[in-house]
Design a protein around this ligand. Structure first.
Ligand code: INI
Length: 156
């Protein structure tokens, strides 16, 4: 039996990060987590490119451009969509999720969904370095693993 799991060795990987500045008190923590995960798994600081966009709605376009550039082994998308009183939340969260998935499928490059979608600010804080860990860190680990999964699939 052959098993492909994707190693967690990030040496030599080039990673793009797209981060939304909306709710930046959350997204800056997600970014810190993602960078920490990449560096602790062997990705070199100079092999990481960070692009900042206004909000999560704008993430998909940049994710698509980065993933199609041929310069990155994985792209990480970071945002925080927090439910408000209107249904704006649904549109922003839905378009971000759909666009990020499309970028990954169409480019063949792993594009990691590190966008928090929560009912409350507290839930977001808990997932951005609080009680429930840091989703940015998990996104960084997922980027390394998926880049290696795709590499292993491509050479076999
Ligand atoms: N963008 C977010 O990243 N999170 C949110 O919670 C949010 N809310 O709630 O409005 C949000 N809106 C901005 C949106 O992403 C766009 O930047 C804006 O609509 C301009 O296109």
């Amino acid at each position: 039996m052959r098993e492909i799991r994707g190693s967690l060795n990030g040496e030599g990987l080039r990673v793009g990060i797209v981060v939304a500045s909306f709710n930046d008190f959350i997204t800056s923590r997600l970014l810190d987590g993602a960078k920490a995960a990449l560096v602790s798994h062997g990705v070199r600081d100079e092999d990481v490119t960070v692009v900042t966009v206004p909000g999560s709605f704008e993430i998909p376009l940049v994710a698509k451009k980065l993933s199609e550039a041929g310069q990155y082994d994985a792209v990480i998308c970071l945002g925080a969509v927090i439910r408000g009183e209107t249904d704006h939340y649904h549109h922003v969260a839905g378009e971000a999720a759909k666009g990020i998935a499309n970028a990954s499928i169409s480019s063949g490059v792993p594009v990691i969904f590190g966008v928090l979608t929560t009912d409350t600010v507290e839930q977001a804080i808990n997932r951005a370095g609080g009680k429930q860990g840091n989703n940015g860190y998990s996104a960084g680990v997922a980027a390394v693993q998926m880049a290696n999964v795709v590499r292993e699939l491509d050479v076999n």
